[in-house]
Design a protein around this ligand. Structure first.
Ligand code: UD1
Ligand code: CA
Length: 456
């Protein structure tokens, strides 16, 4: 990739603000079920990074753990004090010494950068620019660094606090990301001083420093939606909205029909096949795949689940982690499935809980069936054979097996295994008494009339 140039990505995740008003560090807040930090890591990896270094604040074992969970090979560096973005990059000095051709700097609080944008910055390096920065037209430039150019040549980035009136009038702002040629990166970073309004070491000064060293800096463009940062929960919601907007388009372009796309919510890893129909108001948690031709009816919630080809879920279906629907399986309204396989063509149509179970092909599970999988301490498995028929309102007390082709009478509480092709009925026996209701009614009515008379 990128003409065979090696690449180190340095992701800055230190220097927490307080505007999230949260116990959780900002970069662990999530967009589409993945942390902001996770998005940044995924983006640089997709842009071909060979190594990733993440710079975190002191005493942040939770952030370090997230880095390792997302990318075990990533190296974690601690910036002991918040002294600016250039200072933060230099916390990863050991990694910068690794002799990489390209050094990419990304912010962990900027989750929507497309891998192609990072690749374009790397291409600028490959084309001979020692420094490449990313600019965008800000609707409101307040607070951003401004890209200062003369005769089309990028001269410097000036932070808002340090900018003159004339510079503040510039609308082209710095997205914050940077790409540097690895041969020059350390020399440039080490030459950056902190003589500015905030007495911080600004990464943005890399542009002016590079020029002073006789090196060229170029600016690339990105849409504002791609480089929007997250500093508070309003911006977190804006990032989520942009992520969902993009994903809905990708899913539709991939061959799925979304009747009301703006009401369907995906996770970062949702996989949707072709000719899938997704009705309004559906939520996908992490870890869901939906195969070709499946239908997800309205108001369904799925997480950690596999929906097979031409299977259907809902309306009001709930698939929890470990739910696995084979081809043409049907899970209907108000049905919850957890850690259970539903075989090919099997039907679980109404008001049912199937947990820690396997349901064979073409089995029919009647309305109101419950697998009693939990005794308050341990979970047990229910096995329902192919072609079995479980009558409505049955409780299957696990561990228990319903053999292939067996019948369970409605309203049964099944506590023992049912043999293949057998019948189990486990409920109170029905008794009929001829005329009982009529006699009862007449005597009750007479008693009531007598009581009314004695009151008068
Ligand atoms: C930065 C840019 C600004 C740009 C803006 C885009 C600098 C000096 N300024 O400003 O030009 O327009 O982003 O959003 O780079 N960080 C550390 N350690 C530090 C300081 C920051 O790790 O000592 C990390 C932060 O966690 C964050 C990133 O660097 O992920 C950016 O820091 P922040 O303070 O948000 O920079 P801005 O003022 O927004
Ligand atoms: Ca910021």
């Amino acid at each position: 990739m990128q003409s065979g140039r090696s690449c180190l990505a340095v992701i800055l995740a230190a220097g927490e603000g307080t505007r999230m008003k949260s116990q959780r560090p900002k970069v662990l807040h999530e967009v589409a079920g993945r942390s902001l930090l996770g998005h940044a890591i995924a983006a640089v990896m997709a842009a071909g990074a060979d190594a990733v270094a993440v710079v975190i604040g002191p005493d942040r074992p939770d952030v370090a753990a997230e880095v390792t969970a997302r990318l075990p090979s990533a190296r974690v560096f601690v910036q002991a004090e918040r002294r600016g973005t250039a200072h933060a990059v230099l916390a990863a000095r050991e990694a910068l010494r690794g002799g990489y051709d390209d050094v990419l700097v990304a912010f962990a609080d900027t989750p929507l950068v497309r891998p192609g944008t990072f690749q374009a910055m790397r291409s600028a390096l490959a084309a001979g620019a020692p420094v490449a920065v990313l600019g965008f037209e800000a609707a409101d430039p307040t607070g951003y660094g401004r890209l200062v150019s003369r005769d089309g040549v990028l001269e410097a980035i000036v932070e808002h606090n340090d900018a003159s009136e004339a510079e503040r009038a510039i609308r082209l702002c710095n997205a914050g990301l940077m790409a540097m040629d690895g041969r020059h990166a350390l020399a440039i970073l080490d030459a950056i001083g902190n003589d500015n309004a905030q007495s911080e070491y600004y990464l943005t000064d890399a542009v002016a420093v590079a020029r002073a060293q006789g090196l060229k800096a170029v600016a690339l463009d990105a849409p504002e939606t791609e480089v929007q940062g997250v500093n508070n929960r309003v911006q977190l919601a804006a990032a989520e909205a942009e992520f969902q907007r993009r994903r809905r388009i990708a899913v539709m372009k991939g061959g799925a029909t979304l009747i009301a796309p703006e009401t369907v919510f995906f996770s970062h890893d949702t996989a949707i096949g072709r000719d899938v129909l997704i009705e309004p108001n559906v939520v996908f948690g992490p870890g869901v795949s939906v195969a070709d031709g499946a239908v997800i009816h309205a108001f369904s919630h799925l997480e950690g689940a596999e929906v097979g080809p031409q299977a259907s879920v809902g309306p009001y279906g709930r698939l929890r982690p470990g739910a696995k629907l084979a081809r043409k399986a049907k899970v209907g309204n108000f049905v919850e499935i957890k850690a259970a396989e539903i075989g090919e063509g099997a039907k679980v149509s109404h008001l049912t809980y199937i947990g820690d179970a396997s349901v064979g092909a073409e089995a029919n599970i009647g309305a109101g069936t419950i697998t009693c999988n939990y005794d308050g301490f341990f979970k047990y498995k229910t096995t329902i054979g192919a072609g079995a028929f479980v009558g409505s309102n049955s409780s299957l007390v696990a561990p228990v097996t319903i053999g292939e082709g067996a019948y369970v009478g409605s309203g049964s509480v099944v506590t023992r295994d049912v043999p293949a092709d057998g019948l189990a009925i486990a409920r109170g026996r029905q008794v009929e008494r001829e005329g009982w209701a009529k006699t009862f009614r007449e005597s009750a009515m007479a008693r009531k009339q007598n009581m009314a008379k004695s009151k008068d």
